[in-house]
Design a protein around this ligand. Structure first.
Ligand code: SF4
Length: 247
């Protein structure tokens, strides 16, 4: 069993994060993006649409959307009303229609019709922030330039004490920075997919199944996750978890 020191230092943190990664590789060797797509452009559009929605909903919308509007040219040329109708179920459909058509037009105007392959260029596109850019870079282009921090990744990183600078589970910038420090770069894209799998299958927000969790020996929140208010300050959460574990 891996012992979690209440005063875990940087070396200890990295070692434990490495063991968590190893376990995730065993549990979810094929963890990958749940969104369906056939090109970097389609992944970009699906990711923009997935904000405030679920992958399942988006996977129902995109086959119809992409059948006729699956390229930058076709999407930019479509009528706004038609696009709004097709993506209605994703929520915030007016803003999203504007963003995806804006992104398609910008790709045509500024990048010769091809999705750019740098974070800096990607975030110039309408509706694209760092999280979406990270998804495209890691999943479509296989470039590990960051870690995608969604709600599952934010929550699990906090419960697993793989973040220490973040104020809460939604502090994506600091969580990403911490994860990038403890996990080697070649695993960044995988880590995000694997934590999402684990969040869906074992460590759900409503009922973390610590009893049957293979990461329990590496997790300071094991057995007390349900009672933790993980949206409060991370430091307080981690401190409480460690205290309880070492008692
Ligand atoms: S031990 Fe519990 S809190 Fe920790 S990762 Fe597993 S299910 Fe989540």
């Amino acid at each position: 069993m891996h012992k979690i020191s209440p005063k875990e230092n940087e070396t200890g943190r990295k070692k434990r994060a490495g063991l968590i990664l190893k376990e995730l590789r065993k549990l979810y060797p094929d963890a990958d993006c749940a969104l369906h797509y056939r090109s970097p452009f389609q992944l970009l559009i699906a990711t923009i649409l997935s904000a405030q929605s679920t992958d399942e909903t988006i996977n129902k919308i995109t086959p119809v959307l992409f059948a006729k509007h699956g390229t930058p040219k076709a999407l930019a040329a479509a009528s706004r009303e038609k696009i709004e109708e097709l993506i209605h179920a994703s929520g915030f459909f007016r803003q999203k229609a504007k963003s995806i058509q804006g992104a398609a037009q910008a790709i045509l105007d500024d990048f010769g019709g091809k999705v750019p392959e740098t974070i800096e260029d990607l975030i110039t596109l309408p509706g694209v922030a760092r999280k979406t850019a990270n998804v495209v870079m890691g999943t479509a282009f296989g470039k590990n330039v960051g870690v995608v921090v969604d709600t599952h990744v934010g929550r699990l990183s906090t419960l697993l004490a793989m973040t220490w600078r973040s104020k809460d589970t939604k502090d994506a910038v600091k969580i990403e920075r911490d994860l990038m420090e403890v996990i080697p770069q070649q695993h960044w894209t995988y880590l995000s997919h694997a934590l999402i799998f684990h969040g869906r299958q074992v460590c759900s927000a409503r009922k973390p199944d610590c009893e049957n969790c293979s990461l329990a020996n590496l997790c300071p929140s094991a057995g007390i996750a349900e009672s933790l208010a993980i949206n409060t300050k991370t430091q307080a959460t981690t401190k409480k978890a460690k205290k309880s574990k070492s008692a």
